[in-house]
Ligand binder design. Structure first.
Ligand SMILES: C[S@@+](CC[C@H](N)C(=O)[O-])C[C@H]1O[C@@H](n2cnc3c(N)ncnc32)[C@H](O)[C@@H]1O
Length: 272
């Protein structure tokens, strides 16, 4: 069993879960809103020729389509941060088309983004990295005098594992990552690192958590409910689940650590 850390306790109000279709697949909803806005704008152009949205008026059409899309997004109950995206999407498209870039540029950009963000439309967990301060706080939770197994669920480019491997030589470190480019980078990092650390490609939902004494997750609010149920089913009594930043709806952590002295940056710990 891992040592219990002296930590600052904070109150955690429960958070309601959103399980509706739109909350799980907002990208599909956004695509429908954009298509709906194009159709409505075409209808407006047909009904009100005075708007003069045809021929060379591409940018005027795009601006009106953007406003219609934002309004539709609002009606569809999308979160407010989607509105500027809806408003600016078509105008930005028309603007960049004016640069007349070669098609390979768009294909290359698409492939790069797809290999970085891969299944983000389903998982709703993009790539962003733990800070050094967070990794330092995790290090202090790990024993230095005995063996233990640590898993980073969604290890990104492997930066957390690379630092922990150096700081805690007695640990055995594992990572799993579903996006191809980050997976490749963490594999390379592990291969050329000072000590071995195993990185696999895939979805952590298929992994057996009972093998690990400490499981670390830096994901997103959308993932936390599933992570909790999996951890509850599989993790051994006495093992530790750490979430960087994100709460489990309705399950207060055993303790919380403010990271780098900042109250808004925290590790949440559940002793299983
Ligand atoms: C916020 S990043 C955190 C990266 C790293 N753990 C860190 O702390 O720096 C989350 C990563 O989890 C990956 N991810 C999301 N859902 C996953 C899943 N179901 N299985 C495996 N990896 C996943 C994403 O591709 C992303 O790279």
């Amino acid at each position: 069993m891992l040592p219990t850390q002296a930590t600052k306790f904070v109150a955690h109000p429960s958070v309601a879960t959103t399980c509706d279709w739109s909350a799980r697949v907002p990208l599909w909803q956004a695509a429908l809103v954009q298509i709906g806005a194009v159709l409505l704008t075409l209808l407006l152009a047909f009904l009100f020729p005075v708007l003069d949205l045809t021929g060379d008026a591409g940018m005027r059409f795009a601006l009106l389509q953007g406003i219609v899309a934002a309004a539709l997004g609002r009606v569809a109950g999308m979160e407010p941060w989607w509105l500027p995206i809806h408003t600016l999407f078509a105008p930005a498209l028309v603007w960049t088309l004016a640069f007349d870039l070669p098609p390979l540029y768009w294909l290359g950009t698409f492939c790069l983004l797809a290999s970085l963000y891969w299944s983000v439309s389903q998982t709703r967990v993009p790539l962003f990295l733990s800070s050094r301060a967070a990794t330092q706080a995790i290090t202090e939770l790990l024993p230095c005098d005995r063996r233990f197994s640590f898993l980073d669920m969604g290890c990104g480019v492997g930066s957390v594992l690379a630092r922990l491997v150096r700081a805690r030589p007695m640990g055995s470190f594992h990572g799993i990552e579903s996006a191809p480019l980050p997976f490749l980078l963490s594999r390379l990092r592990a291969a050329f690192g000072t000590r071995p650390c195993s990185i696999s490609w895939g979805d952590f939902s298929g992994l057996d958590l009972s093998q690990h004494d400490v499981v670390y997750a830096y994901l997103s609010p959308a993932a936390m409910s599933d992570v909790w149920h999996k951890a509850k089913r599989e993790m051994q009594p006495g093992s530790l689940l750490i979430s960087n930043q994100f709460e489990v709806p309705g399950v207060p952590p055993t303790s919380t650590i403010a990271v780098g002295g900042q109250s808004d940056s925290k590790l949440l710990l559940w002793r299983m």
